[in-house]
Ligand binder design. Structure first.
Ligand SMILES: Nc1ncnc2c1ncn2[C@@H]1O[C@H](COP(=O)(O)OP(=O)(O)OP(=O)(O)O)[C@@H](O)[C@H]1O
Ligand SMILES: [Mg+2]
Length: 222
């Protein structure tokens, strides 16, 4: 059985693809590279799916990451059995598919920026998923594009934590280098600045901790 991670959001541009790529690269590097990892791209334009992995190939980045476009969650599920880990990179905006990819997943990650414009739709989406049968335990919120204001960051974290959803303790700073790295087919843990890679890895590990806690079943749950 593949382990399926869906990365979804209510709003576009919050970092789904950035986070999906980071998770894919880090998993593909684990266990001596023995895990088959897929990024399943549900962007309906289907153009972005190959681009990043093409740039990765052009820049001779290893490991190769299998990145494929899919028209529907059902098509992802039909392919999922060939992989150990499937990371579903959700469509730009929440749609009917968002619930279906969440239902198919072991865990759902919702990235969010720090502004209220980002935080409110994030929590609304989590609530909607929960209303539709997704266990609260399997929803993980992660702060992305965090700026340099300690006050803004702590207020954003507080806003998320008071909802009692899982919140990754790490966060991804907003960095030009992360964008530039992505343009070269790299993940945020693969930039040319060791310090930024380390910070991104702290974020990755904090997500992993939430994912692993999310899938520890509680007696009587589900
Ligand atoms: N931490 C970050 N620092 C700098 N730039 C970032 C960061 N995270 C994301 N970006 C940039 O913001 C833009 C949107 O990010 P990304 O494509 O990951 O979001 P998305 O949620 O997948 O968007 P869409 O909804 O369009 O699919 C991209 O240009 C990306 O490089
Ligand atoms: Mg995207």
């Amino acid at each position: 059985m593949p382990y399926i991670i869906s990365v979804v959001s209510q709003k576009g541009g919050v970092g789904k693809s950035t986070i999906a790529r980071m998770i894919a690269v880090e998993f593909a590097r684990m266990e001596g590279g023995s895990w088959q990892v897929l990024i399943a791209d549900l962007d309906p334009s289907q153009a972005t799916a190959y681009r990043w992995s093409q740039w990765r190939k052009e820049n001779a980045m290893k490991p190769d990451i299998d990145t494929r476009p899919y028209a529907s969650p059902e098509q992802v599920m039909a392919d999922a059995g060939k992989y150990h880990i499937v990371i579903v990179d959700g469509a730009p905006n929440a749609s009917r598919d968002t619930l279906r990819v969440a239902q198919a997943a072991d865990v759902v990650i919702i990235p969010t920026g720090t502004s209220r414009d980002d935080l409110i739709p994030t929590v609304q989406l989590a609530n909607e998923l929960e209303r539709n049968g997704i266990s609260r335990r399997t929803i993980v919120l992660g702060l992305n594009r965090v700026g340099t204001s300690e006050l803004e960051n702590s207020e954003a974290r507080h806003y998320l934590e008071q909802t009692s959803y899982r919140v990754a303790s790490g966060e991804l700073r907003d960095m030009v280098t992360y964008r530039r790295a992505s343009d070269l087919g790299r993940a945020v843990t693969e930039t040319w600045l060791g310090e930024l890679n380390n910070r991104a890895r702290v974020f990755f590990r904090s997500l992993m901790k939430e994912l692993s806690d999310a899938n520890q079943e509680q007696p009587g749950e589900r």
